[in-house]
Design a binder for this molecule. Sequence first.
Ligand code: ADP
Ligand code: MG
Length: 477
Amino acid sequence: MDTAQLWTAALGEIELSISRANFITWFKHTSLERITDGCALIRTPNGFAKEWIEKKCADTVTAALRKHNPRITSIRCIIGTPVPRDIDGVHKPQTPNTHRIGDILRTARKNKQPTPPTNLPHVAHHPTTHRPPQSATTFTSYLNARYTFDNFIVGAHNELAHAACRTVSASPGEVYNPLFIYGDVGLGKTHLLQSVGNAIIAASPDKRVLYTSSERFTSELIDAIHNNTISEFKRFYQTIDLLIIDDIQFLAGKEKTQDEFFHIFNYLYQQNKQIIISSDRPPHAIATLEARLRSRFEGGMIADISQPDFETRVAILQKKADEKDLVLPEDAAQYIAKHVAQNIRELEGALNKIAAICTFHNRIPSRAVVEEILGARVTQQTSPTADILSVVSDHFNITRDDLTSSSRKKTIAYPRQIAIFLMREDHNLSYPEIGARCGGRDHSTIMHSYRKIKKAITHDHAIRNDIDIIRQKLRNM
Ligand code: ADP
Ligand code: MG
């Protein structure tokens, strides 16, 4: 039995011992790396899964593995993503920071530089392999050559962010440092950030451009602490010319990581090295972000990306259809754009589905065909509140009915407050709306619950942890 077969067999056992939701959330994209001295090394896609499996499930996993290989006595998780994952949150962008818009758009126009080719052979990209610890001599950017300015559609919703990124790629470290881009999930932050990296490498191939996520940064730091290689870790980051950190919101609450990041940030900043950061919300809305980091972020340029309007959605669909050599009639594109309005990733997903079905059946994606293909999706869309109620109840091992019941027991009231908090914070629902969805409660009760959690989250690590894990589960749905 090789490690892949052993892991498949063990997963079969594990699935029987834990809830389905937990199984899917925590074991998706895991693999068995190797067995060393009786210790099974399991690869997990992120720090949450590592923590959950090691803390809550180590015995179950060890037992499942031992059934097939009795020499295994313990497990340890390491982080490495088999498929590039987006770890976006679900916060609504707040009011855009519009200062210096005129400046930035002007500079961007002045600096219009040639767009890099779509395929950049020198840009190493290994989505399917674990990221080895980097050293100053071997260097990988972790950029995806697929993301360029060339295939990025500009509309009113992303004009400022796009202009800022163009400017930065023309004069890195000189104008907007750091550049902070924020916006809701699936709206193109990663695409834009990586476009800058690709453009800079295309213009100066010897520049050390590093793309990473704050989760990955954290786990590398944890590994460095564990392996006593913290000075190498710091030295490595100090050699970077352009540091791109995606989804910085995951640094929230991680004091030690923020501390190390702050020093690396300062070092690079003082050397005029460009830093680009993305987040699902503006710096001031990242709870438990150290004040000194927040003020550093706010000292640079902040640009938001909002929801694309209908016309932009149609333009994006047409562009993506062209890239696939798919003829998409205007009314079909409009139908998709009207019904898939949430974000660009979903728009792409819908188009991919249509393209696959139409190619397979050799049909033209007319409006009627598109309507038929998307029909089920359009009518069956699950609501975010329903998802929150089910994930929260599952997380706390209570029923959905408990959440909407009148019970005031702490074991039920606390999960209910968390659900209310997430509905408000992540989906911007009004207090009366939330009240209606949580068993017909009065809006003042809802407001009280929301404020209570909002306040507690700033100092209570356990609450923050619950919320982080629930958000992660919601994202994985
Ligand atoms: P985010 O990082 O904000 O969650 P991504 O950058 O991953 O979003 O974008 C989601 C998908 O939508 C990607 O495949 C990306 O290429 C595509 N996309 C987003 N914005 C645009 C755009 N303006 N033009 C073309 N494609 C886009
Ligand atoms: Mg992203």
